[in-house]
Ligand binder design. Sequence first.
Ligand code: DQA
Length: 146
Amino acid sequence: MGSSMKIGIINGPNLNLLGSREPEIYGRDGFEAILSALQTRYPAHTFVYYQSNIEGELIDAVQDMALRQGCEGILLNAGGYTHTSVALHDAIKAVSVPVLEIHLSQVAAREEFRHTSLIGAACRGSIAGFGKDSYRLGVEALTSSL
Ligand code: DQA
């Protein structure tokens, strides 16, 4: 991958409430602040952002970013759909760009139902547990190791 990339970031359900939603788990920054910090840190990269609470819209976003918008990698925080969505797994498999599974929290250390990821097996890798830094580490992984 070159030094400048077009990177898609997709956030799933309830991540529109980032900053006010369970801040002790997910932090106090809204995603706008996280995204603008990424853009400042990586001025050469182009970031395309999408958030939806609706499973089918997340599937459309994976397809659209990969097949039509020309994103070269996607950071996907599928929220609760991580643990339930065969259809998102299939969408990730259907595109050839690398998709990374991203979580703010360390899902493996939380409730049992968060220990299973239905999307992980379709993703190039997973980053969890570093708060907003999980997204930055995802950018690093896309740009330096793939
Ligand atoms: C999350 C973890 C999921 O289990 C949860 O449903 C979320 C957020 C995270 O970023 O830590 O909505 O994906």
